[in-house]
Design a protein around this ligand. Structure first.
Ligand code: C5P
Length: 216
């Protein structure tokens, strides 16, 4: 790879894009950014200061303070933080600040895999590869339940499903940068696909693009 290479991965919560992004970044030796963590960091800062999530100027300040090198997944992965993140993510000024940082990251050699909701459409519209990873809401809820149970927790399937549907509506329905596949994205439906199969399918797409480029 001679130039800065970008793989953009978008899709709804729980579709498996995080795991896929990690596998691809390892395989192609690229940097990795889970952009959801940047929105989570803003929400977390507001929660820590007991500020309402609709305090836009506080959210902007928190967004400016986001340090991509210091995103702590363990702290930010809580379910409530994800919910809160989708509320601060509706504000265009907050998005603009975070998108600038994400673009800076993407431009750093040798390039990066970025996953989120608007990578192929807004953050990196010129990405070399765009993947839109999806799965039915039921399958995503089932996976989330299994994940909770695997660490000894309990949860209600119907509640998880309702949460997922609500988050999808918020992410797909917002005015600024709604979740949608870029026109030139490759669709990967993981409803009936294990992560290994999704990884192999993504690799086939990417290797095909690389091979065509080498020939050109
Ligand atoms: O992917 P994750 O669940 O960590 O994202 C949390 C929330 O952050 C999403 O529901 C979405 O509202 C927001 N987000 C976004 N744009 C991105 C990544 C995440 O709006 N690129």
């Amino acid at each position: 790879m001679t130039h800065v290479f970008t793989i953009a991965i978008d899709g709804p919560a729980g579709a498996g894009k995080g795991t896929l992004a990690r596998r691809l970044a390892d395989h192609y030796r690229l940097n990795l950014l889970d952009t959801g963590l940047t929105y989570r960091a803003v929400a977390y800062a507001l929660i820590q200061h007991a500020l309402p999530l609709d305090n836009v100027s506080a959210a902007e300040t928190a967004a400016r303070q986001v340090d991509l090198a210091k995103l702590d997944r363990a702290v930010l992965s809580a379910h409530a933080v994800g919910e809160a993140a989708s509320k601060v993510a509706v504000y265009p000024t907050v998005r603009r600040i975070l998108v600038e940082k994400q673009r800076g990251f993407a431009k750093t050699p040798p390039g990066a895999v970025l996953d989120g909701r608007d990578i192929g459409t807004v953050v990196c519209p010129d990405a070399d590869i765009k993947l839109y990873v999806t799965a039915s809401a039921e399958v995503r809820a089932q996976r989330r339940l299994a994940e909770i149970e695997s660490i000894g927790g309990t949860a209600d399937f119907i509640e998880i499903l309702a949460d997922i549907v609500r988050r999808d509506e918020r992410d797909m329905g917002r005015a600024d940068s709604p979740l949608k596949p870029a026109a030139d994205a490759h669709l990967l439906d993981t409803s009936e696909m294990a992560i290994e199969a999704a990884f192999l399918a993504a690799m086939a797409i990417i290797d095909d693009v690389l091979a065509k480029r080498d020939k050109a």
